[in-house]
Design a protein around this ligand. Structure first.
Ligand SMILES: Cc1cc2nc3c(=O)[nH]c(=O)nc-3n(C[C@H](O)[C@H](O)[C@H](O)COP(=O)(O)O)c2cc1C
Length: 180
């Protein structure tokens, strides 16, 4: 654990709500947290890692093999972080995390991290209601993983229902409740 300002890993996955993750990153940095962003390949297809590099002031981890020597970056980050927040959190990430799959920088960091975890799911209502997704959520809840949202409202696919990512201000509030 870090004994300076609290360290947060912000995991960003490939959901349309990535645009809100940039705002969350900015809010966390302004609040004084040491923010390290880890992005999935699908997230990078939706938004540039440069945004998070600029807003967090720290390099963005996207590739497990990007640091050629020394302690692997996902292990170093997982050890220093007080909290892992995944926002937006895809159905895919929930499935992998619930089942111990570690096949990219974010899922490998997540399984290595021993501190608190907060997930902010965002997805289409049918994805949210899928029995497989609900079973994976139950598994994660039973392990003490924290959740915020999703909220009801208009979704990017044009429908109305549950699936919107919680607002960054609300996620920040939840983080401040979880962190000492
Ligand atoms: C434009 C677009 C928007 C997407 N939005 C979401 C979303 O909001 N939630 C979700 O769970 N998946 C969404 N997906 C599907 C994910 O990108 C896909 O399941 C991917 O495998 C997720 O990978 P990741 O979890 O490693 O980022 C979207 C895909 C596209 C092309």
């Amino acid at each position: 654990m870090n004994h300076g300002k609290p360290c947060i890993i912000l995991g960003v996955t490939g959901g349309i709500a990535v645009y809100k993750a940039a705002d969350l990153c900015s809010k966390l940095t302004h609040q004084g947290y040491d923010v390290h962003v880890v992005m999935t390949e699908h997230a990078i297809r939706l938004i540039s890692e440069r945004i998070f590099f600029t807003l967090s002031g720290n390099p963005v981890l996207t590739d497990l093999f990007s640091i050629p020597e020394g302690k692997p970056e996902h292990v170093r980050l997982a050890e220093i972080a007080d909290l892992l927040v995944v926002a937006p959190c895809t159905a895919n990430f929930i499935g992998k995390f619930a089942n111990g799959i570690a096949d990219d920088a974010l899922t490998t960091t997540a399984i290595t991290h021993r501190g608190a975890v907060l997930l902010a799911p965002a997805m289409n209502t049918n994805m949210w209601d899928a029995p497989a997704l609900q079973a994976n959520l139950a598994t994660l809840r039973s392990r003490g993983i924290h959740f915020i949202g999703p909220e009801k409202g208009i979704l990017a696919c044009g429908t109305e229902g549950i699936g919107r990512m919680s607002e960054p201000a609300d996620i920040l509030k939840k983080i401040m409740e979880i962190l000492p």
